[in-house]
Design a binder for this molecule. Structure first.
Ligand code: NOJ
Length: 922
């Protein structure tokens, strides 16, 4: 008997090595709508655009079948089509069932994602011109203005929508060029029909039957497509169908809690953003966004996939074809013309909103673990950071801190004095984050549950009862956050009065909000569960976590009387989540492959709006060997969101547990982040104003540099720094591609390397390769404190890396790091320009801020390091005041390390950071 038990344990242990439970999740061929769609042949769409006209400023039409229909079939009712045009080159195409033809139900259109300002950007179309391509009606198209130099075209037969450049008729993005469009209309069930779908013992009643939509989208002047997170896969999306592609699933967008996800797979994980960006040799980008929260599957088609379908496509433009399928909802799509990659990102963000400006503390280092056991453990970890001179800002408590997984409560034995615990951290300028998940324990003595059930605030199962699923607390129900009233109720729970034991230095972590349901189909909620207004969960699934994140962030805003910026980390996300906070890439593993894939994952998130994201440093599952852990800290220091985290079964791994040498290496890595906080904060502000992400692919800065297009080992932090991870053990060398024509300076040694080349560099355990681009100025703070808050009044260092014309430029943004006063103009925003041997500080704060709040700072600049300065410099003259400042050859310090070489350093120029000044080098 013992032997059998032993063998069973052995079996279980072997299962946990690679235990992604593929069978728990549906593949495309187990998903009827996906399977059906993938079988369809190009040219099978028979719809043509009829009754084309301009109405209410839109180009509208009906989509009707071309050929008379077979009498045995259900009639295909006309669909409504509308094309609207918005400022900055955005086309919106909507296709839905015609409400005047009495469909059995209104199809779900996702509310609350498009920002209200977007509607005011609508251009009212006055007229459409008609073009005849081949002299007969079949070649008829209606053409409308889109923006200067661009037009939107609706071809009538077969129906196709595309955007083109006026000059030369060059296409940008098109839909249904391959005639794969299909729209399953809602029908009334016939007696002999079985609409149920079964998967692993779960039955989906599908009361409205098949209602999927699919179509092809082509991107022109394109060699690669990117985006559509979240997948653990390469940044440039690999083809999933066509010549040379072995069997592959499409990229799946379906928010799921996938246990031990694998590092190279198109399967869906925690979040979904149906936004794709294309890029190509022309240096141009375009984009396509489908606002739809139902399960989506997307194929990227390999060149030549359409060789036999006989459809004529423009041959003089390189092109990537894609195929989009969804289970439900409507066609509500947006075409973005670019033409630059940053333009596309801005266009997308003008629809879904800009990323929130985070609090300064949240851009620093976070220490998490499942779980810090009790108050003593918290105190101990906190003091060890000080003992080892390692700065950190936030200590996190996972689910075990609660009373039996009842969120908003504390385990009274382990955490008897939560307020005092938070105050002690706050005294050092530190913060705490606690976890609050959406599953509410069904326990009649739990007030939150009593209140929610009494009010009828839970999601309902198909029979109309409160949906009851299994999660951490056991039997649980889930608030219906689609309902604004329920969101408002939820947000009240974060008040100090309701969340007993919380203080102003406490912020929130939303986990499991896909939502995760341990006993549900694919570990989530059944698709026929019901939300407000009879909306089926299948229609809304990918946005559930978005609404939960929104309600929590609103709760923190209310708690602080609208004066304190919220910090909420969420695992699930959807288009628009960038307005509510940060996300991370979930339960990764402590292995080199997961370290490597963290970069393309974070790049994809940034490209699609989620500029505040990171991966668990060290890997969530498993025990990283010290070398991997150190490499992860060295890379993680450049993630926008920088947090160490680990599963409860792993060994403790705080940075001081692996011997002095490793402690020193991790300390240096964390200090690099603290040194660069002023630069990161400036980039977060850039993202907040323009949508351009903090961490970017190389091609976003170097759009014509082909060698950068599929590089996902290296990334840019802002426009100035390039970072290359080390993804293998005992690496002695690294090949680093440095784009562009200008040089790059090693951040630690100041050594210059030529751009436009791959360099084979020696690497040591001390750091990963990181460079500053010639022509840029990076603001830093070089003094080490316990937390970012304590660095508030510290002086700045500017590092100028000069280009071949001996010029450089950079920016610095600062504000109080905490409140919303920056929205009323309470901030400092400077541009530093170096040319002709003069460094000038210019005010670039908006001259007409919305309010008249001001922010001032006593901070001075204590040091200016100049890289690549050729003439011998002796002294510097500071204006106003005509003061002299010394110039010396100083060591190139970085992150606490004394780098090699000597760099020209202006010592103590003493200028104030918020003022106009000029420094001349003599
Ligand atoms: C799953 C999350 O992804 C992980 O980070 C967390 O530690 C556990 N849930 C427990 O809350």
């Amino acid at each position: 008997m013992k032997r059998i038990a032993f063998l069973f344990l052995l079996f279980l242990a072997s299962q946990t090595v690679h235990s992604w439970k593929k069978d728990e999740f549906r593949a495309c061929d187990q998903t009827p709508f996906c399977k059906r769609a993938r079988f369809r042949k190009p040219g099978s769409c028979t719809l043509i655009a009829a009754d084309v006209s301009i109405s209410d400023g839109d180009l509208t039409a009906k989509l009707v079948p071309k050929a008379p229909q077979d009498h045995d079939q259900d009639p295909i009712k006309p669909l409504t089509l509308s094309i609207s045009v918005y400022q900055d080159g955005i086309l919106r195409l909507k296709i839905d069932e015609d409400p005047s033809l009495d469909p059995p139900k209104k199809r779900f259109q996702v509310p609350d994602v498009i920002v209200p300002e977007f509607e005011s950007k609508k251009l009212w179309l006055q007229s459409a011109s008609t073009e005849k391509l081949d002299g007969n009606n079949a070649g008829l198209s209606s053409v409308v203005y889109l923006s200067d130099g661009y037009e939107a075209v609706l071809r009538h037969d077969p129906f196709e929508v595309y955007v083109r450049e006026k000059a030369g008729n060059r296409r940008v993005v098109s839909l249904n060029s391959h005639g794969l469009f299909d729209f399953e209309q809602l029908r009334v069930k016939k007696e002999d029909e079985d609409w149920e779908e079964r998967f692993r013992g779960h039955t989906d009643t599908r009361p409205y039957g098949p209602q999927s939509i699919s179509f092809d989208v082509s991107f022109y002047e394109s060699d690669f497509v990117y985006g559509i997170p979240e997948h653990a896969s390469s940044f440039a999306l690999k083809p999933t169908r066509g010549p040379g592609v072995e069997e592959s699933e499409p990229y799946r967008l379906f928010n799921l809690d996938v246990f031990e996800y694998v590092h190279d797979s198109p399967f869906g994980i925690y979040g979904s953003i149906p936004f794709m960006v294309s890029h190509g040799k022309s240096g141009k980008s375009s984009g396509f966004f489908w606002l739809n929260a139902a399960e989506m599957q997307i194929d990227v088609l390999a060149k030549g996939w359409d060789a036999e379908d006989g459809i004529l496509m423009p041959i003089d433009q390189s092109r990537i074809d894609t195929f989009w399928m969804t289970e439900a909802g409507i066609v509500d799509t947006f075409f973005f013309i670019g033409p630059g990659p940053k333009d596309v990102v801005k266009q997308y963000m003008s629809v879904t909103g800009l990323p929130a400006m985070p609090q300064l503390f949240s851009t620093a280092y976070h220490q998490c673990r499942w779980n810090y056991r009790d108050e003593e453990d918290v105190e101990n970890v906190d003091s060890k950071f000080d003992e080892h001179d390692i700065p950190y800002d936030v200590l996190w408590l996972d689910i075990e801190h609660t009373d039996g997984k009842r969120y908003f409560t504390w385990d009274k034995l382990l955490f008897p004095h939560p307020e005092e615990m938070q105050r002690k951290l706050a005294a050092k300028g530190r913060h705490m984050v606690t976890i609050v998940d959406p599953h509410i324990k069904r326990d009649d003595s739990f007030d939150l549950h009593k209140d929610a059930s009494k009010r009828g605030y839970y999601v309902k199962d198909a029979s109309g009862k409160d949906f009851d699923g299994w999660c951490w607390p056991g039997s649980s129900s889930y608030p219906d956050v689609l309902n604004p009233e329920i969101r408002s109720w939820w947000s009240e729970k974060f008040s100090y009065k309701n969340y007993i034991g919380s203080t102003p230095s406490l912020y929130i972590w939303n986990d499991m909000n896909e939502p995760s349901v341990f006993n549900g189909p694919e570990v989530t909620m059944p698709r026929d569960v019901l939300h407000l207004g009879g909306v089926e969960h299948r229609e809304l699934h990918n946005a559930y976590g978005y609404y939960f994140h929104m309600a929590t962030a609103d709760g923190l805003v209310k708690r602080g009387d609208g004066k304190d910026r919220p910090f909420v980390l969420s695992r699930a996300f959807f288009a628009g989540s960038q307005r509510y906070g940060a996300v991370w890439t979930g339960d990764n593993s402590a292995d080199w492959d997961h370290l490597r894939v963290s970069v393309p994952m974070i790049l994809s998130l940034g490209l699609t709006g989620m500029s505040f994201s990171g991966a668990d440093v060290g890997g969530f599952f498993g025990n990283p060997e010290p070398e991997l852990l150190v490499r992860w800290y060295q890379l993680g220091a450049y993630y926008p969101f920088f947090r160490g985290h680990a599963h409860h079964d792993t060994k403790r791994r705080e940075p001081w547990l692996f011997g002095e040498r490793n402690t020193a290496l991790m300390r240096d890595a964390i200090r690099i982040r603290y040194t660069l906080l002023p630069y990161f904060y400036t980039l977060f502000r850039e993202a907040n104003v323009t949508g351009v992400p903090v961490v970017r692919p190389l091609w976003m800065e170097f759009p014509s540099d082909e060698a950068a297009f599929s590089n996902d080992e290296a990334f840019m932090v802002g426009n100035s720094l390039l970072v290359q991870g080390i993804y293998e053990t005992r690496a002695k060398h690294a090949s680093v591609y440095l784009p562009g024509k200008e040089s790059w300076y090693d951040l630690r040694t100041g050594t210059a390397y030529k751009g436009g080349k791959t360099h084979k560099l020696e690497v040591s355990e001390e750091s990963i390769p990181a460079f500053q681009r010639a022509g840029t100025i990076v603001p830093r703070k070089d003094r080490f404190r316990r937390s970012s808050t304590q660095m508030m009044h510290d002086p700045f260092t500017l590092v100028m890396a000069l280009n071949s014309s001996q010029e450089a430029e950079g920016e610095l943004y600062l504000d109080d790091g905490k409140s919303f006063d920056f929205k009323q103009g309470a901030y400092i925003h400077r541009r530093f320009v170096f040319s002709n041997g003069h460094l000038t500080s210019l005010n670039v704060a908006s001259s007409s801020p919305l309010g008249n709040s001001r922010f001032s700072s006593d901070c001075i600049i204590e040091r200016i390091i100049i890289l690549g300065y050729t003439p011998g410099a002796k002294t510097a003259l500071v204006e106003p005041g005509n003061q002299k400042a010394e110039i010396e050859l100083g060591p190139l310090r970085f992150g606490g390390q004394h780098g090699g070489g000597g760099a020209v350093t202006i010592r103590k120029p003493g200028v104030r950071v918020g003022e106009d000044w000029k420094i001349k080098i003599l």
